[in-house]
Design a protein around this ligand. Structure first.
Ligand SMILES: [Ca+2]
Ligand SMILES: [Ca+2]
Ligand SMILES: [Ca+2]
Length: 260
């Protein structure tokens, strides 16, 4: 194929994302996420978990019945509280095996996320493959990206201990059945943890536009579905000019205050 034709073809294909923006994490007991260090627009930022924007799972379609992931030895959550496994601060709990379609999971951000410079959201998934996490796909409105690969492995193999629970009713196809089906323990797994990141600009979102909801699913690779344990949006990086105004305003207030 002639180079120009190849170039046009590549341009027309949905984007494949491969980047390394999550630089590291700190945890307590390999299960509680404390901080995340992220490369954003040329600088490194370390955030406490509480500074990240949480999500609520508002729709779900599973690839199987094995969708509830809890910490080692823990019971499956009671009916009505399972989706919270994706919005807690634990990286050993999740709702796993979303279907291999872009609309498998809908995640609503607790605060709308602004498309700022660089990365706008991050997540983690468990995997016992020493070198690769599973692939994801994502969709905002009618825009989508495929083949979202991991940034890096941030916890080594065998350090995350989990138990998987399987629905007694088979494949979990809705959020309602996720929350209400009876679940039974099926297997214990040990794994490592892979980090992922996404820049909303890669889905064609305009600079400074706000995103309140995103859909994410497993990328069909002929094998296993993905195993997400934590998602979060990022607050916008303060512009240097607004930081300067903030600091300047503070100093002005300090020096101009009435002295007694
Ligand atoms: Ca979790
Ligand atoms: Ca962005
Ligand atoms: Ca996995």
């Amino acid at each position: 194929m002639r180079p120009l034709c190849l170039l046009i073809l590549l341009y027309c294909l949905p984007a494949t994302i491969a980047s390394a923006n999550v630089l590291g994490i700190t945890t307590t007991d390999d299960s509680i996420l404390n901080t995340v260090t992220i490369h954003r627009n040329g600088s490194e930022y370390t955030y406490n978990e509480s500074e990240l924007i949480g999500v609520t799972l508002s729709s779900f379609q599973g690839d199987s019945g094995s969708v509830v992931l809890v910490g080692d030895g823990d019971a499956a959550p009671a009916t009505g509280s399972r989706a919270a496994l994706l919005s807690d601060n634990r990286i050993d709990t999740g709702i796993i095996n979303p279907e291999e379609i872009t609309t498998a999971m809908t995640l609503d951000f607790h605060t709308p996320v602004v498309n700022g410079p660089g990365v706008d959201m991050i997540w983690f998934e468990i995997d016992n493959d020493p070198s690769n996490g599973d692939l994801f796909r994502a969709r905002i409105g009618s825009n989508f990206v495929l083949n979202i690969g991991h940034d890096a492995k941030v916890i080594s193999d065998n350090l995350i201990q989990n138990d998987v629970y399987l629905s007694d009713n088979g494949t979990v196809t809705t959020l309602n059945t996720l929350e209400n089906d009876p679940f039974s323990y099926v297997v214990s797994v040990t794994s490592g943890l892979f980090a992922y990141s996404l820049d909303f600009s890669d889905l064609g979102i305009a600079d400074s536009a706000t995103v309140s909801s995103i859909q994410i699913g497993s990328q069909s690779d002929g094998g296993s579905a993905a195993d997400p344990v934590y998602f979060a949006g990022l607050h916008t990086i303060p512009e240097p000019s607004s930081l300067f105004l903030l600091v300047g305003g503070f100093l002005l207030t300090f020096f101009l205050r009435p002295r007694g």
